[in-house]
Design a protein around this ligand. Structure first.
Ligand SMILES: NC(=O)c1ccc[n+]([C@@H]2O[C@H](COP(=O)([O-])OP(=O)(O)OC[C@H]3O[C@@H](n4cnc5c(N)ncnc54)[C@H](OP(=O)(O)O)[C@@H]3O)[C@@H](O)[C@H]2O)c1
Length: 300
């Protein structure tokens, strides 16, 4: 793909999408970003600042009629989705985007997957990953080349809102085998790999990347080294007990977001969603940060 090929990004006001746009511009790509009508404030300002670097902004929503969304895609050859939401967006919205991309004459689609190995899971292992699998089945007949980018878990999630690390109490909690390897990547490096895939004319199918592959024991040791703190590594139970806890919470709650974090952990600690191979070596220009560097840089 030449640098004159245009890349369309949906979800550009998001955490990952914004960094994908920046990574694409860094690599000299022509980029058009979809912005929802009414977007104001910091979100709009961040993208407006990138207009000076050639970013085109176009208004729209993944629920727009196909013709309207196709006009937004315009002459872009690759469409990247970095949206986040419920099944109306992840399934229906992304299918709509694929149909719009087909109509506009685009050639490639990167769905909003960005997770552990979703190809190895069953739909009910994790309801959010289930939506992505449903979307893939629904646009399975597309003429577009689908390039799925998988990154394991974000470092930011592992040290932040997943609830694994309690920085105040000084604990790192985990389920299952402390020596099970896990695929982990920073958001910025996931964006850089995504841009590299989108700009690679040879890229095909699912690409798997990890900034580091670490067990929970190594994760804990890395955090201790990077912070100089002593942290307690706490085992919360076996992987079977984790599955039982998910079932218990699912029965007790109307809100699946109460237990989706546990579902992600189950997919990882069982090894079920572990990458069998990594594609990092295809893109040596992307030099992912280690977890230790990431924490030392103050991202906690
Ligand atoms: N592997 C991991 O550990 C991990 C962790 C977190 C996320 N992820 C994945 O990364 C991807 C991006 O997540 P994120 O955290 O960056 O999401 P985010 O910050 O919540 O951003 C979501 C984006 O989707 C856009 N959006 C929502 N509804 C839309 C609609 N109807 N039409 C068009 N755009 C719409 C939002 O636009 P507005 O700004 O207008 O709302 C925003 O740009 C997702 O696939 C997510 O699952 C992976």
């Amino acid at each position: 793909m030449t640098t004159t090929s245009k890349i369309f990004v949906a979800g550009a006001t998001g955490l990952l999408g914004g960094r994908i746009v920046a990574a694409l511009l860094d690599q000299g790509a022509a980029v058009r970003a979809l912005v929802r009508p009414g977007t104001e404030g910091d979100k709009k300002a961040a993208l407006t600042a990138l207009e000076a670097r050639g970013l085109e902004l176009v208004e729209g929503d993944l629920s727009d009629p196909v013709e309207k969304l196709a006009a937004a895609v315009g002459d872009a050859t690759t469409v990247i989705s970095a949206v986040q939401g419920g099944p109306d967006l992840i399934v229906d919205g992304q299918v709509n985007l694929v149909r719009a991309a087909e109509r506009a004459g685009a050639r490639r689609f990167v769905p909003s997957d960005f997770a552990v190995d979703i190809t190895k899971l069953d739909d009910d292992d994790n309801f959010m990953i289930g939506w992505r699998r449903q979307a893939a089945a629904a646009y399975g007949d597309t003429s577009l080349e689908v390039l799925s980018v998988l990154n394991g878990a974000f470092y930011e999630v592992m040290v932040g809102f997943m609830g694994i690390v309690d920085w105040e109490a000084g604990t790192v909690s985990h389920w299952g085998d402390a020596d099970q390897p896990l695929d982990l990547t920073s958001i910025t490096d996931t964006a850089a790999f995504t841009a590299a895939v989108a700009l690679d004319p040879e890229a095909k199918g699912t690409q798997r990347f990890a900034g580091e592959v670490l067990s929970m024991r190594q994760f804990h040791q890395t955090l201790e080294r990077a912070t100089g703190r002593t942290l307690e590594l706490k085992n919360l139970g076996t992987a079977e007990e984790l599955r039982a806890e998910i079932t218990r919470r699912a029965a007790a709650s109307q809100n699946p977001f109460d237990y989706v974090g546990l579902q992600y952990q189950w997919c990882m600690v069982t090894g079920k969603a572990k990458f069998d191979t990594l594609d990092n070596a295809k893109y040596p220009q992307v030099k992912p940060v280690s977890l230790e560097e990431f924490v030392r840089e103050g991202h906690v």
